[in-house]
Write a protein of this length. Structure first.
Length: 342
């Protein structure tokens, strides 16, 4: 029997990689999309257009509980992956109540919908919650693992702590097969352009081709454990294939600073980041997370999960992707770099 999966946040970075993975595994994949005035489906166009569209999209929103119940009743998924969120930490300081409604209470609405439908049909629906290393915030131990206490430092982090604990609570209260992946930062050429890694690769490649002069950043000393999103979605799937639901840290177990990321990106393009990067205090956060370093031993041992992409390969992949975008832009603007590359 073909398995059915529902992905919320399917139009986002992780949703697009997860949809590809599940389709390759033979799933019928359904995705929740928000209504917007633009298409917003750039990352998944290859899955919804063409000769054999393999991804089925449904309008919905984590703020609309009744809609979620109706959708789950209609699809009757075997697995639900909750990737939807207001996922930007800096923005969560500007929109704290909205972030709480979507990222925290949205998770509760989805769990309630699953519980209702599962009770009615008697068919198990497995659930994945996109928890975050941002929950560790002002870290109380390093590296951070599943047992490390949370100390969130942003409205986003606080909302994710709620989403995490309500998922654990529904597992313990109602026996739901519900697992949380505590994922450390993961990036790709599909990463949103306002997250720091993509902001750096996008700007550095545009600077290289003469499309911009400077890159304005905030705290260069923040340190993160960066992996490749394509590797991390495999861990989400593995969690839902286990007999018992549980929570897992997913990380590379390696630490780099924002400055390191700048240095590596600009040097690949034959430039020195110090000639182009300037600090703009607007990008500082009211409360910063200085260091996140994961210990993913549990996932590697119990799930057999192994990331395939190194930090250097990740930077290369992102630089290549953005260099191509910058070349296309240069062609449109009729710049010499565009003509040479065309
Ligand atoms: P992303 O690219 O920002 O994608 C977020 C997705 O959520 C988008 O599809 C977005 O739709 C959707 N969404 C936002 N508000 C919604 C709402 N009210 N109702 C329904 N959908 C909504 O994020 P990502 O990097 O793929 O991350 C996926 C999940 O993992 C998120 O929950 C994030 O918080 C979490 N996470 C990410 C990382 C990381 O480093 N990437 C690490 C740990 C945890 P639109 O396309 O319409 O905006
Ligand atoms: O790329 P960032 O915005 O990612 P952040 O805040 O770590 O959040 C991401 O990872 C979380 C996992 O821990 C996810 F849950 C969350 O959804 C998101 O995907 O910022 C990384 C660091 C921060 O310390 C920030 O202060 O980079 C620093 N930074 C310095 N200049 C900047 C900038 N961040 C951004 N976005 N823009 C800057 O100009």
């Amino acid at each position: 029997m073909q398995k059915r999966a529902l992905i919320t946040g399917v139009t986002g970075q992780d949703g697009s990689y997860l949809a590809e993975l599940l389709i390759a595994k033979g799933y019928a994949v359904h995705g929740l999309r928000r209504r917007s005035s633009t298409f917003g489906t750039q990352r998944i166009e290859h899955l919804i257009f063409g000769e054999s569209p393999s991804l089925h999209l449904h309008y919905g929103d984590l703020s609309d509980g009744n809609g979620l119940v109706r959708l789950i009743r209609e699809i009757r998924p075997h697995e639900v992956y909750n990737l939807a969120a207001q996922s930007h930490v800096r923005v969560s300081f500007d929109q704290p109540a909205y972030t709480a409604d979507v990222t925290a209470v949205g998770t509760l609405r989805l769990l309630e919908a699953i519980r209702d439908v599962q009770d009615d049909t008697g068919e198990q629906i497995r659930f994945y919650q996109a928890s975050s290393s941002e929950m560790f915030g002002k870290v109380v131990e390093t590296p951070q693992k599943e047992t490390t206490p949370f100390y969130p430092r942003s409205p986003y982090g606080v909302a994710k702590v709620y989403g995490h604990w309500i998922t654990v609570n529904y597992r313990e209260s109602y026996g739901l097969h519900a697992s949380c992946g505590i994922l450390f930062n993961h990036e790709s050429p599909r990463r949103g352009e306002t997250f720091v890694t993509r902001k750096i690769t996008r700007a550095a490649t545009r600077i290289k081709l003469g499309l911009q002069d400077k890159l304005f950043l905030g705290n260069l000393d923040a340190q993160r454990d960066w992996g490749f999103a394509g590797d991390y979605v495999e861990a989400m799937w593995l969690m839902l294939q286990q007999d018992e639901a549980d929570d897992y840290v997913i990380a590379m177990n390696e630490l780099y600073s924002v400055r390191d990321f700048c240095e590596q990106t600009f040097s690949r393009l034959g430039m020195d980041y110090r000639d182009h990067v300037e600090i703009d205090p607007r990008y500082y956060r009211p409360a910063e997370v200085d260091l996140l370093l994961g210990d993913s031993t549990k996932a590697r041992t119990r799930l057999g999960w192994t990331p395939q992409t190194s930090f250097a390969e990740l930077v290369d992949m992102m630089v290549e992707g953005d260099l191509e975008l910058a070349r296309q832009e240069a062609v449109i603007k009729g710049l010499p770099a565009g003509r040479k590359a065309a």
